[in-house]
Ligand binder design. Structure first.
Ligand code: AMP
Length: 530
């Protein structure tokens, strides 16, 4: 017997329709790169998205066409996502911080036909144009030029019905930041996007409602802006966008607009701490801060929690839409001491319904959830990748799981903890040392701004860790002090053989330590004692 309920396709535009119909006057605030501010609301976004859909059709765009953005967070970027998807197109968010050869590759590989971009990225556009052979139209998204985004919309009346179709059609694509080889394209479907958006609303995830005022610091080009542009529409929350990511600007906006939810990579919060230390100004209305993209150091979690703000520690990937797990308050939260609570959230947390996870050894044997057996983290679910764009085969194991390339343990309470990237673990005498744990411990030492641990050749142990440290401005912290601090946090045989101070460390386009570059730099490094 079949069920007899309606076939209501899970299309992304239903999210915007809902926001515009039920929460139409809820505001969308933008602080632009030039310092000016504008306000619209969900019904304004819906009207403009219809006009953009019309404009794109007038430019000859057809359903399935890829239309790219290279832009920071602002209302026009939100309108672009919904307008492109509304006409049946696939929005391709390009990360402007990628290297030129990656930028050349991904726009062409995706077959982008239009590029909507911020004026700030004009030099990139000028430089890349000769190589971007598939792009026919370039549109500036901010500013009021005659060829600009506003002019494009103003020529249309907004009388437009969204393109309808199968919920399994593509709506958005994003390339992984790829530290080796070409970036790979991930194509999200309407269905995967809507299910993921609804999941994000849950209390144990982003905890969103119509009362939420969200300022996503994570750029919309980083892993679907962590899904917030879709999830917040589902509840009609208020958006506050900032096209610049300076802590001073963010903090001022957060207080004036009474921002309750924010999300970003750890470096964002380091910058915020520095601002707080210098000015004494704190974000007064923040309730929940979501940190992800790299491991949130314990010291960071603790400091934010001491401000009375809940920390969500998100693990995920471009390939997982991106939510995989979330470190959030557990059922016995109120019985835990403050230190235990901080410990808990410093791990990457639990899967929501819709993600299944397992940790396997190199032979594919499933490891126990005992908190010590570490292995490759694999996941599956309706918003997890099946196949990269243009690939001949699925990106899955023989039994249908996606291997994340991360190394993790799962604790007996089913909390997952990332211990490393598979290629970053330091193998000393056949045992694994977690570079992530060493780095996080080091950042907990006063005077340390950032740290990177890598393995270097050792004649007896194969590899031994060295630690590269960037000092905080004005700090004179010594290697001995850092070693003494580390000795309290990790096993003795994990302690780095040498500590070196550097001015800066290289990062990927999404703010992660660029370990490949660091390793290349220290390829022939000889330990003094070896
Ligand atoms: P991306 O697709 O650029 O977001 O990169 C995904 C990768 O970032 C994951 O495979 C992890 O290696 C890393 N990552 C993301 N979130 C976390 C986290 N909370 N803790 C540790 N690593 C993380």
């Amino acid at each position: 017997m079949l069920g007899q309920m309606q076939d209501y396709e899970l299309r992304v535009m239903r999210l915007l329709d809902h926001a515009a119909r039920e929460h139409g006057s809820r505001e969308i605030v933008t602080r632009w790169a030039d310092g000016s501010e504008t306000r619209t609301d969900w019904s304004g976004v819906a009207h403009d998205a219809r006009r953009l859909a019309q404009a794109l059709e007038r430019l000859g765009m057809k359903p399935g066409d890829r239309i790219a953005t290279m832009a920071m967070n602002h209302a026009h970027h939100l309108i672009a996502w919904y307008g492109v998807i509304g006409m049946g197109g696939v929005i391709h968010t390009i990360n402007p911080r990628l290297f030129d050869d990656q930028l050349a590759y991904i726009a062409t590989h995706a077959g982008d036909r239009v590029l909507l971009y911020d004026r700030a990225f004009q030099p990139i556009v000028d430089r890349m144009k000769p190589q971007w052979t598939t792009i026919e139209h370039y549109v500036v998204m901010d500013g009021d030029g005659p060829e600009g985004f506003r002019a494009l919309l103003d020529a249309e009346d907004g009388e437009y019905a969204w393109h309808e179709g199968d919920e399994r059609e593509a709506c958005l694509m994003c390339y992984t930041s790829g530290t080796t080889g070409h970036p790979k394209g991930v194509i999200y479907s309407h269905r995967s996007t809507v299910i993921h958006a609804i999941t994000e609303l849950q209390p144990a995830e982003f905890d969103l409602s119509t009362q939420a005022v969200a300022l996503p610091v994570v750029p919309m080009f980083h892993a679907v802006g962590w899904g917030l542009p879709f999830a917040l529409a589902a509840v009609g929350g208020k958006f506050v966008f900032s096209a610049v990511n300076e802590a001073k600007v963010l903090c001022e906006l957060m207080n004036r607009e009474k921002v309750t939810h924010s999300a970003g990579v750890p470096t964002v919060w380091f910058a915020m701490f520095q601002h707080i230390d210098e000015t004494g100004e704190v974000p007064r209305y923040l309730k929940i801060v979501t940190i992800g993209g790299s491991a949130a150091p314990r010291a960071m979690v603790e400091r934010i929690m001491r401000m009375g703000i809940r920390v969500n520690h998100a693990w995920g990937m471009t390939e997982t839409s991106p939510i995989g797990t979330m470190g959030a308050p557990s059922w016995d939260w109120d019985d835990l001491s403050f230190d235990q609570q901080v410990d808990q959230v410093s791990k990457q947390g639990k899967v929501p319904f819709g993600v299944e996870m397992r940790v396997v050894d190199d032979d594919g044997n499933i490891l126990p959830r005992d908190g010590v057996s570490s292995g490759r983290l694999q996941v599956r679910g309706p918003w997890i990748i099946q196949r990269y764009y243009g690939a001949d085969e699925d990106a899955l194991t023989a039994d249908g799981w996606f291997d994340t390339g991360d190394v993790a343990v799962i604790h007996p309470d089913n909390v997952m903890q990332i211990t490393d990237r598979a290629k970053d673990v330091i193998k000393s005498g056949g045992e694994w040392i977690s570079s992530v744990e060493l780095e996080n411990a080091a950042v907990g030492c006063a005077g340390v701004a950032e740290a990177a641990a890598i393995g270097v050749f050792h004649p007896k142990w194969d590899e031994r860790p060295i630690l590269l440290v960037v000092r905080k401005p004005g700090s004179a912290v010594t290697a001995e002090e850092i070693q003494a601090h580390l000795a309290e946090c990790v096993a003795k045989w994990w302690l780095p053989d040498e500590i070196h101070f550097v001015e800066a460390l290289p990062h990927t386009a999404t703010g992660k330590l660029l370990k490949t570059a660091i390793r290349a730099q220290y390829k022939d490094f000889k330990l003094a004692a070896a």
